[in-house]
Write a protein that binds this ligand. Sequence first.
Ligand SMILES: Nc1ncnc2c1ncn2[C@@H]1O[C@H](COP(=O)(O)OP(=O)(O)OP(=O)(O)O)[C@@H](O)[C@H]1O
Ligand SMILES: [Mg+2]
Length: 253
Amino acid sequence: MREKIKIEFKNTGFWYGSKQILFGVNLKIYPKKITALIGPSGCGKSTLIRCVNRMNDLIPIAKIDGRIIYNNEDIYGKNADIIELRKKIGMVFQKPNPFPMSIFDNVAYGLRIQNMKDKNIIKQIVRSSLEKADLWTEVKDCLNCSAFGLSGGQQQRLCIARALANDPDVILMDEPCSSLDPIATAKIEVLLKKIKREKTIIIVTHNMQQAKRISDYSCYLLNGKIIEYSKTEKMFINPRNKLTKDYLDGMFG
Ligand SMILES: Nc1ncnc2c1ncn2[C@@H]1O[C@H](COP(=O)(O)OP(=O)(O)OP(=O)(O)O)[C@@H](O)[C@H]1O
Ligand SMILES: [Mg+2]
């Protein structure tokens, strides 16, 4: 049987101007799993995930080669539809970034951009997205309140709800818990395990315990190269590469 793969990097290289950041990245991301990207600051983790939804296109000096295949199509192919791609591949950032509008409007934003007019359907999707993000009970009596009135952890769950409202297939997360306290972090972790029943998640994290707790696969990146990629339990118990072992040992002291 052919192995199921959601996203595949094939010999992907990446440059900012003349500075090469990613080198010959080959990586298979499996569906309905959480894949953690770990590695020291500046090794190219954010760059790598930003290639997947073509966020790096916004940087004029960015250049990519090789291929990234999503659902059998080259993300950078001639016929690629970036709007469709960003609908299917949602993103959550390090710092919660709700829009300056109400809780309801934040979640409805993507639907309205897609020109959805039916108010009842919008209401239903807003509710179900907030429920999926485990935020509904906390905000249901104040949907018209400003999103800025929420706590950091609530704002991050709102951003997850906003991403879920577009019914993405893949969610990219760049250190989504780094500005949160342990309780808010734990809530997000529970949430991610629930979301992965339906969606594929790639998460960048500096928190090795978090990678160990929530991910199915881990990828260790160093200086833009993949040093090791394997099932998380394997990597954390018995890393193949000495460089991985050194990094994990350093992290755990
Ligand atoms: N817009 C940009 N223009 C030029 N160089 C950039 C740009 N963004 C990132 N870089 C450089 O690319 C390299 C990789 O950065 P990247 O943000 O992908 O690392 P990272 O692994 O996510 O680091 P961190 O853990 O600190 O977030 C770094 O050397 C960084 O300085
Ligand atoms: Mg980063």
